[in-house]
Design a protein around this ligand. Structure first.
Ligand SMILES: C[S@@+](CC[C@H](N)C(=O)[O-])C[C@H]1O[C@@H](n2cnc3c(N)ncnc32)[C@H](O)[C@@H]1O
Length: 290
């Protein structure tokens, strides 16, 4: 009897040892290993697409290097209008020539950027709003301070008869404020789905969802002819690009532009104003009448 028990215990122990061996070296573990072998280390770390668009009138040459020195420096060049797409999980440094000297800028993985000229006509890199090939990047997402929004609406004498279009509406604050304060109808257009979601949520919260509408898409391809007031906070070259659409507005329609004037519309300018935000920073507002 004792002998039988010893044999039984021996069988159980050998069985348990075999089970441990299978668990540590068996198919389960091998599968895990093969997953990490078939995926590159970068995809496991979550590579994201960083885009750089050339919005200048010349080919731009530049160098990119990884901030942590983990990969070799790369010389690159971008023709006018082209977009460079860099898959990376780590921050990058971009180095380019500015008035004969090297300028450098850190790029965040997964964000869009643009080469543009600054106010002195010098090459500079700016945040962008998207890296889509099929649409122009009119401006990065920066909001108009609320007191400037109110001044823009006051200058355009907005009332409940108006239909306001905001080109590149961001979080929708301009059309939402016009609806809440004056009962005006509004259409906000933005290419970034996150902005459209925020705008719709903002309109619901402000109780004006029945007065405003938010359209996702490229504003340069949208019809705005029903607008009585158009607002914009974009870059100077974007204002110039939108002139053909603004020319189609009905006579008497107002266009209010934050910070940048509209090239070629000097004769339509009726008023301009400067206003400080709560940090003391100055904002210019240009009012035009079609
Ligand atoms: C400077 S923000 C202005 C936001 C808002 N209008 C304000 O004044 O607070 C510019 C906006 O334009 C949007 N945008 C950029 N390119 C666009 C395009 N092609 N079509 C529509 N919207 C665009 C960006 O996503 C961004 O939200």
């Amino acid at each position: 009897m004792k002998r039988k028990l010893e044999v039984f215990l021996l069988v159980v122990l050998v069985g348990m040892a075999l089970a441990v061996l299978v668990m540590t070296t068996g198919p389960g573990k091998r599968t895990e290993l093969s997953i990490s072998q078939t995926h590159s280390p970068d995809s496991l770390l979550g590579k994201k697409e960083t885009t750089v668009r050339n919005v200048t009138n010349d080919t731009v040459t530049y160098t990119i290097k990884w901030v942590d020195g983990s990969a070799k420096m790369q010389e690159r060049s971008l023709k006018v209008g082209e977009i460079d797409r860099i898959m990376t999980s780590r921050p990058l440094e971009i180095i380019f020539k500015r008035v004969g000297r090297s300028a450098s800028f850190e790029l965040t993985a997964g964000s869009p950027y643009s080469f543009r000229y600054d106010e002195n006509d010098l090459l500079q890199i700016y945040d962008g709003s998207h890296g889509r090939d099929d649409a122009v990047d009119l401006a990065p997402y920066v909001t108009t301070p609320m007191n400037v929004v109110e001044k823009m609406l006051e200058m355009a004498e907005v009332d409940k008869e108006d239909v306001i279009f905001d080109i590149g509406c961001g979080d929708g604050r301009i059309v939402i404020t016009a609806a809440r304060n004056f009962g005006a109808k509004g259409v906000g257009i933005d290419i970034d789905p996150r902005r459209i979601e925020e705008s719709r949520a903002g309109a619901l919260e402000a109780g004006v969802a029945h007065l405003v509408e938010f359209r996702l898409g490229d504003a340069t391809k949208m019809d705005m002819t029903t607008a009585t007031v158009v607002t914009m906070y974009l870059l100077p070259e974007s204002n110039a690009l939108l002139v053909p659409q603004l020319e189609k507005l009905r006579p008497g329609a107002y266009v209010v532009s934050h910070n940048y004037s509209i090239p070629g519309w000097e004769h339509k300018e009726v008023e301009s104003a400067d206003i400080a935000d709560i940090t003391g920073k100055n904002h210019s507002i240009f009012l035009y009448k079609k």
